[in-house]
Design a protein around this ligand. Structure first.
Ligand SMILES: NC(=O)c1ccc[n+]([C@@H]2O[C@H](COP(=O)([O-])OP(=O)(O)OC[C@H]3O[C@@H](n4cnc5c(N)ncnc54)[C@H](OP(=O)(O)O)[C@@H]3O)[C@@H](O)[C@H]2O)c1
Length: 433
């Protein structure tokens, strides 16, 4: 048997505990899969007095550089999170000649070019399977198992917290704030859930996927994102009446020499496979030009599902696979861009529009005329009964449009918001048929 592979963890929180649990409870499994023992040497934390369910006190260390620079530890696993200390640790580990495994999508989305350049310079590999979709091995699938294909589209539910909130809002008709509080009680949402609910977390993951699937390094801030924090239960209800469910989707697709990327709540037909993904699950649909359409579903977060992905990267390093594939896959490299990012205003879609108008004659005609002025044609209109919360003075108009450019639609919406009798702002979402 080959000599053991020693591993140092930076971070002994949710994921770090999961990694420690599997490595310490199943050493025989590691030998079977890696052909050699994988030995957890140290776990770096900030507060050594915190109780940790699966990390023995003897392994706890508070100085990250003592682990990073330990000549007996060739693999550093970054599970600290954030983009400041984590970046410094990863760059220091590469400079010290260590391979790196990370679950940190924010770090890759925002500093991927610098980090991968440093890895190539140091002739070391970076594993990042756990950075997207937790337990679903989507990085490996896209970069290795589907290597015969040009991926042409990806569409995913990449944030379990948002999917839980949307599922419960739509099934129970309860408001966003209440369902967010429930997600926090159940441990599905952070105390500060901003990055999840404003779409940033899904956009970080989409930036990573865009790199693997399409070979594009899109600056993170250029990926347009809309979260679920402003979603009203009435829109989930109206969408449902029309045969749709609303999901927070991260979408990317190729069209000619452009790639479109965005994160937003989208109306999906109830029969769509993604529409049926409930609760904290993640799911991702992929289209490859050889394989066609595929869908993968599973736990997108949590200690053990994420540890499962982290350990697959460690095993790949132990076997020597990761070093070989890393050298071939030039992820986040400075090669000329093959695809340009399509400006969001140029993306074509159907739209759901809900606008509150005073209960007066002619309002429907005014809204329809404003859409027509921007050459947007209407597929259907529903006018609901007056809303109690507006003392019966205001009615919701729900309009489904035919395909239009987003820029055209946004212009029309801004004009609708200015119409006398409209209670702004009108609310709109893309419709995916
Ligand atoms: N949680 C998930 O389900 C999940 C899923 C996929 C990916 N990820 C990613 O995995 C990473 C870790 O997430 P997590 O949920 O495990 O985080 P976490 O529970 O907050 O754990 C972070 C750990 O890092 C330690 N730490 C924080 N800042 C540090 C610093 N500056 N120097 C040294 N140690 C530091 C903390 O020490 P103390 O314990 O002493 O505070 C803690 O042990 C993140 O990048 C996250 O995005 C998480």
């Amino acid at each position: 048997m080959q000599e053991p592979l020693n591993v140092g963890l930076l971070g002994g929180g949710t994921v770090g505990n999961g990694v420690a649990k599997i490595l310490l409870e199943h050493p025989e499994r590691m030998i079977l899969r890696a052909g050699r023992p994988i030995v957890l040497q140290k776990v770096v934390v900030r507060d050594p007095s915190k109780p940790r369910s699966h990390i023995p006190a003897s392994l706890i260390e508070t100085n990250p550089y003592r682990v990073i620079e330990d000549p007996n530890i060739p693999v550093i696993v970054e599970l600290v999170g954030g983009t400041t200390d984590a970046k410094n640790y990863v760059l220091a580990a590469l400079a010290a000649g260590k391979h790196v495994v990370t679950a940190n999508k924010a770090l890759l989305a925002e500093h991927g070019v610098e980090i991968f350049e440093a890895a190539r310079k140091a002739n070391r590999a970076i594993g990042f399977e756990a950075s997207v979709c937790g337990g679903i091995p989507i990085i490996n699938l896209l970069s290795q198992c589907l290597s015969a294909n040009q991926i042409t589209a990806i569409q995913g539910i990449l944030n379990g917290t948002c999917n839980f909130i949307l599922t419960t809002m739509s099934e129970e008709g309860r408001p966003y704030a209440e369902m967010l509080a429930r997600a926090q009680e159940l441990g599905y949402a952070e105390a500060n859930p901003t990055l999840d609910v404003d779409g940033s977390d899904a956009a970080h993951k989409l930036a990573v996927l865009a790199q693997i699937a399409f070979g594009v390094s899109v600056p993170f801030h250029e990926i347009e994102r809309v979260g679920i924090d402003t979603l009203h239960p009435m829109d989930l209800r109206f969408a449902y009446e029309l045969g749709y469910t609303i999901k927070l989707l991260a979408e990317g697709w190729l069209d000619g020499n452009e790639v479109a990327l965005h994160v937003a709540p989208v109306l999906l037909r109830k029969t769509d496979m993604l529409a049926q993904v409930r609760g904290v699950y993640n799911a991702i649909q992929v289209i490859g030009d050889a394989v066609g359409e595929m869908m993968f579903q599973g736990a997108g977060a949590g200690a053990l599902p994420t540890a499962s992905a982290v350990i697959s990267d460690i095993v790949d390093l132990a076997v020597g696979r990761a070093q070989k594939t890393f050298a071939v896959n030039k992820f986040w490299s400075a090669t000329p861009k093959k695809y340009q990012l399509r400006p969001s205003n140029k993306v074509r879609s159907r739209f759901y529009l809900r606008v509150l108008v005073r209960d007066e004659p002619g309002m429907l005609a005014d809204v329809a005329r404003t859409l027509a002025n921007d050459r947007i044609s209407i597929a259907s209109i529903i006018q609901h009964e007056a809303l109690e919360e507006h003392q019966g003075q205001v009615v919701p108009l729900v309009i489904m449009t035919h395909y239009a450019e987003t820029g055209q639609f946004r212009h029309a919406l801004s004009k609708i918001n200015e119409l006398p009798g409209v209670v702004p702002p009108g609310v709109s979402y893309s419709v995916d048929d």
